[in-house]
Design a protein around this ligand. Sequence first.
Ligand code: SF4
Length: 543
Amino acid sequence: MTEPIRVAFVSLGCAKNLVDSEKMLGQLAESGCAITADEDDAHVMVINTCGFLSASREEAVGVISDAVALKERGTLRRVVVAGCLVQRDGESLLERVPGIDALVGVNNRDDIVRAVTDAAAGATPASAKIATAAGAGIPSPAGARIPSRTGSRGIPIPRASAARRAERDSRETGDENGFSSQPSETGDENGFSSQHDSSQQDSSQQVDTYLGDYHPYINLDTARLRITPRHYAYLRISEGCNQKCTFCTIPSIRGPMHCKPPETVLAEARELVSDGAVELNLIGQDTTSYGEDIGYTPGLAGLLRELDRVDGAEWIRLMYVYPSVFTDAMIDAIAECERIVKYIDIPLQHINDRVLKAMHRRVTRAQTETLLGKLRDRIPGVSIRTTLIAGFPGETDAEFAELVSFVREFGFDALGVFAYSQEPETPAGRMKHQLPESLKRERVDALMLAQQEVAFARAESFVGRTFEVLIDGPHAKAEVGNGRGAAARQPARHAGQAPEVDSLTYLRGAKQRSGSFCTVRCTARSGYDLIAVPTRHALTVVA
Ligand code: SF4
């Protein structure tokens, strides 16, 4: 029996990229590759990169450079780089990081097996040819769902990108949508031009390049090898974006919006539920515009009502909505559907009218306030999260002060702030009056400080209340005692806390099963987080 190719996988960036990573892992496992968490034991390393913030790009280049260094030291044979940075920079990436063996753009995600096996063929030991599925020990008939569980096959937890780390540090969620640019017309519905080149990066090394213009690859997000905890999953409903925010590079990387047909979304939802997910987080660059490009007139509201009927999907959470196209029908659907959690992630970016216009956000302060008011009036108990940009070109002291006041007055349940990142290929990147980095940093800190007061007060308001949480993991030592040191706690979230980006509810007392729901009473606040105990009738002691 031939030895399977062992693949180590690093996933950087946002939840959309994470879905691509899970799909690639599924394809690699199905092809017979063995996925390993041990970089030192791998034949091939795949790095799925993020490319829209300069900090994200720097981080990706660092990870790629480390992989190339590992290859030069011995066991690793090949380095395959995929994702947004490849789509953005193409072969020019080879000049920054010599030693890459294959490049796979976002539209060529499904070429990953070819990229890994082509790459491996030239340099793996003779015995390490691609193995059969049986050889890899993973039963995987074509098209079959690959049962998955975090870590069950030693799959590494994805490294958080710089942007995501910043979000977590600040208890903010980032709008990975939040940065960047001039959309470019990349899509031709039928024009999948999968370009596969082999180029020389120096006199001795061949590079396999998979860089196509467009492909509706997201329609095939099934059969993923998931790396989130089993009980929650990301469900991508669309990819790309038709908005033209002047700071954003996403449309030039991911192309115009392309939506999954509703029946495809529903089939994927059922697959994720059958794989153990009880929480589905709906993602896309602009989820509010769902259905536009495929002529699905019920739109997001219709999709939410359909998803509400999927048995086993207990929490369905809507992320990345765009304010100017948020309709009353969508608000009604969120309010009326039992399983749609009363939580809205609505990146606003700014509140000052002049800045909003310069950002090309197609919405004014007055319209934003009307929408936010409606959300609070018509969806009782709704949690609202937003993302803001500090230091946009030309942002004056007064405009920034208006933003700070707005944050204090409105009282978001969660908020993420990013320093404006100048991207040369975007309209905003070419604007005059770019602000110094130090001032942007100062403004980020000021906004976070304003939000901290709001968030602490909101957390305090939970003390004494009883509510349902979803258990996120096993007991672990956690610093949750306001200086009282680490204690064993079990991480959980109530419906107003999204995974990975929001605060947590830590449970004291009897252990609960990960992925189960439990009724708890909040006993204290610790910073942004809550401390709670299971109510008496909810006690479910597990081994
Ligand atoms: S809505 Fe704006 S910020 Fe968000 S992905 Fe689209 S262009 Fe970028």
